[in-house]
Structures are given as C-alpha cells and as structure tokens.
Design a protein around this ligand. Structure first.
Ligand SMILES: *Cc1c(COP(=O)(O)O)cnc(C)c1O
Length: 233
C-alpha cells in the first residue's frame, strides 16, 4: 500500500505545481481522494499517508466502507447521483453531498438529517457544458436553486460542483472550467456565501486549478485504474 502514499504525494505535487504556475496559494485547493470501487484497506493506506477527505459515488458501497473504517476520523463526500430513495442514507452517513441538483433532493436531505449530526455540507451540481443526458442544474437555474437550498435548516450550501465532458486538451478543459468559475463568482456576487468550487479530476486537475477550483476530486491518480468504468453523474 506504499504505492498509495507515493501516488498521493505525486498528486499533491501536481496540485502545488498547478497553483504555482498560476499564482495561487496551494492552501486554497483541497484534495478529495475518490475511493469508489476500492476497499477499506486502500482508504486506510491513504489515511496513513495524511488524507482525511474521501469521495464516494455508490451510496451503499460507501456506507459499508464507512462501517469498516469507523475507527478513523474521516470526512465523507457523496459525489455520485442521489435518487430520492437514497437521501436518507446520505443524510445519515455523509458529511458532504456534492451532487444536489433539485430542490426536492435538498429538502429530503434537510428533513432526514439525524438530530445528532452536524449540518450536511452541500454543493449544487451544475451541468456546465450542457450535456443532454447529464445530471446537474442548468447554469441559468443555479442562482434560483442556490437561494432555495440556502434557506433549508439542516444544510449548509458551500458551493458548486461540475463534471464536464472529458476535454481533448488543456485549453478546452480550461474554457469549460472558467465558465464554472464565472458562475460561482456570479452567485457570490449575488450574496450567497460560497467557498467551494468542486471541479477537476485526474485528467484535468491542472486546468481546474488554473480556472479557480477549490477542491479537486482525484481517484485514478491515487488508487489506480478501476476495474469497471464508473458512470459519471
Ligand atoms: C470517479 C469520479 C472522480 C475521480 O475521477 P478520476 O478520473 O479517477 O480521478 C471525480 N469525480 C466524480 C464525480 C467521479 O465520479
């Protein structure tokens, strides 16, 4: 499992280099380790190497993993699609949900948060490049949804999350990520107190950092290739 420690160090170095190249402070960019499809031992190895924030796509898989890792002080982020029948599990087990894209899902998460739990930290997933079959609120509807979600008692609206289509090169990736950053800045200017822009994965984290991401979600570069491709949201 020292491979995971080495990989984590390489990813941190990539993030730092990307920050240096565009004059940002590396402390502004959090690293979320995406552990979907990998077992508890891989998460344990990453934690031993200093990683505490983990992202999971498949809710039941994640809940099982959390039970096996209950002895560790980890922060769990839901980054997969959330159907109505899964909101309770998310509210009961996760610390963050990045993939809220409808008011109904946000309302259920708020209502179902157990009394003993801290508020759920939420990002709105935005369909930034308009993929017709993709999850995510349309950019033009993001401000309205953000204002509604910000009113819910048991949620803290932290920001936006995007999963753009894979881009053929840096310039294309940068252009899409910049649209997300512009929308984020627009919501902040409209009075929403947001501090998180969750964008950038193994293939495009440099472009995301250049555009102003504050949280990159990295799986493959830390844990290795996944046996079966995970469906993106
Ligand atoms: C799988 C996944 C990631 C990580 O992707 P990699 O290319 O393996 O770094 C990030 N975000 C979401 C939403 C994912 O589904």
């Amino acid at each position: 499992m020292t491979m995971i420690a080495d990989n984590l160090q390489s990813v941190r170095t990539r993030v730092q280099a990307a920050c240096r190249a565009c004059g940002r402070d590396p402390a502004e960019v959090a690293l979320l380790a995406v552990s979907k499809t990998f077992g508890p031992e891989a998460v344990r190895a990453a934690h031993a190497a200093g990683q505490t924030a983990f992202g999971e796509n498949y809710i039941q898989e994640a809940v099982d993993k959390m039970a096996a890792l209950a002895d560790l002080p980890l922060v769990w982020h839901c980054i997969g699609p959330i159907q109505s029948n899964k909101t309770r599990l998310v509210a009961e087990h996760f610390d963050w949900a990045h993939t809220v894209d409808r008011l109904k899902i946000a309302q259920r998460l708020s209502e179902q948060l157990p009394a003993h739990r801290a508020p759920l930290q939420v990002c709105l997933q935005v369909n930034i490049d308009g993929g017709p079959t993709k999850s995510g609120v349309a950019p033009s509807d993001a401000l309205t949804l953000a204002r509604e979600v910000a009113q819910l008692p048991n949620l803290v609206l932290r920001g936006l999350m995007t999963i753009p289509e894979p881009a053929p090169n840096f310039a294309t990736a940068l252009a899409v990520h910049r649209q997300a950053r512009a929308l984020f800045d627009q919501l902040c200017a409209a009075g929403l107190a947001l501090d998180t822009l969750s964008m950038g994965m193994t293939a495009d984290l440099e472009a995301a950092v250049h555009a102003g991401s504050t949280m990159v979600r990295v799986g493959t570069a830390i844990f290795g290739g996944r046996a079966h491709a995970a469906a993106p949201g």
